[in-house]
Design a protein around this ligand. Structure first.
Ligand SMILES: [Zn+2]
Length: 345
């Protein structure tokens, strides 16, 4: 970790009162504003932005339900708190119902009418996952998805971001997720994909992009894709990756993507997700209390509106998705399939 970030976090704790929970209603408000913006924007990454907004929205609704269940089952009836949580939950559900037609319409139009030439595979990934979370029948996209993936496949089993774009474990993971959800995994286009992903393992543990240095995000992508493709790693490979991943926790509890790098909220998802996929019993090797302290304090701004990389950085939907996603994993709020795909049903 750099001295500057070490000092930043130390100063932050010295002057900020500790917090012990996320402010889910505030997070929902932050995300609703993002949806309203995205419904009007013509950003080229809109489908992926919608996914980064919808995923934490669904996670927040799940946590409001947990809070409600807890209050209903507790002996200490607190009617005021109970009606407050009930109100927040029903607001969030109403908002989601209102937004649902707009999200489905936007994503379907973007996916089916755009020329795939200009369509980044991560947008297709965001589209398929968002539609799945909204219980839309994603099999309807199978024909378009097959056409797109056929244009993006490489001889070595990887998939490119777009026909002229790069290919790596992340773009290949996106293709595998799309293939899984649209029922295409038995197509010949995936015949070499297992070998390609296995070739990205580093002797230090972890998986690489195209260089030789492993990275937590690529490690998650490769492990998730291999899991979806039913590939079992051997004990030696598993223990190397385990060692690499567990050592991503820094002294402040937050996780980094590579050795000696600063902690960043988004690695909560990549590291803890990879660990969960590898062997979820080994999540206990991460110091959970210290991680929770980092996530709830360093990643949560004072007003609770959205989540962030670290103190001093503005919140955004990407970090809101991956901080909350990682926090949900270590606190047992996501199942195996949800962790592998990156969804909340
Ligand atoms: Zn980040």
């Amino acid at each position: 970790m750099s001295d500057a970030v070490d000092q930043l976090i130390s100063d932050f704790y010295a002057k900020t009162p500790l917090r012990y929970a996320f402010d889910f209603p505030q997070i929902c408000t932050f995300l609703e504003n993002r949806f309203n913006f995205l419904s009007r924007s013509l950003e080229t990454t809109r489908p992926l932005q919608i996914y980064w907004t919808l995923f934490p929205y669904m996670l927040s609704i799940r946590q409001l339900k947990v809070q409600l269940d807890f209050l209903l089952n507790s002996d200490l009836w607190d009617n005021m708190q109970l009606s407050l949580v009930q109100e927040h939950l029903s607001n969030a559900q109403q908002q989601l119902n209102k937004l649902k037609p707009m999200i489905i319409q936007t994503l379907r139009t973007d996916f089916c009418q755009r020329e795939f030439h200009h369509f980044h595979i991560m947008n297709a990934y965001g589209t398929v996952l968002s539609l799945k979370m909204l219980n839309f029948d994603v099999n309807q996209l199978a024909q378009n998805a097959l056409f797109m993936l056929t244009q993006l496949q490489c001889e070595n089993g990887a998939f490119r971001a777009n026909p002229e774009g790069e290919s790596d474990a992340r773009t290949t993971f996106a293709a595998v997720v799309i293939g899984k959800l649209t029922g295409l995994l038995n197509e010949p286009i995936f015949a070499q994909t297992r070998e390609y992903l296995m070739s990205k393992q580093s002797y230090q543990g972890g998986f690489c992009s195209n260089g030789l240095e492993p990275h937590a995000a690529y490690t998650y992508c490769a492990l998730a894709a291999l899991k979806i493709l039913n590939v079992e790693l051997n004990a030696e490979e598993k223990s190397l990756h385990l060692h690499y991943l567990v050592n991503r926790q820094t002294k402040w509890g937050g996780l980094n993507g590579r050795p000696y790098k600063d902690p960043d909220g988004c690695y909560s998802w990549w590291v803890l997700g990879a660990l969960h996929i590898l062997d979820k019993d080994k999540l206990k090797l991460v110091n959970k209390d210290l991680f929770n302290k980092f996530a709830l304090n360093c990643c949560q701004p004072e007003d609770g509106c959205g989540l962030r990389d670290k103190p001093g950085v503005e919140p955004d939907s990407y970090h809101t998705a991956y901080v909350l996603g990682g926090w949900s994993i270590i606190n047992g709020a996501l199942d195996d399939e949800e962790v592998c795909l990156g969804i909340c049903m």
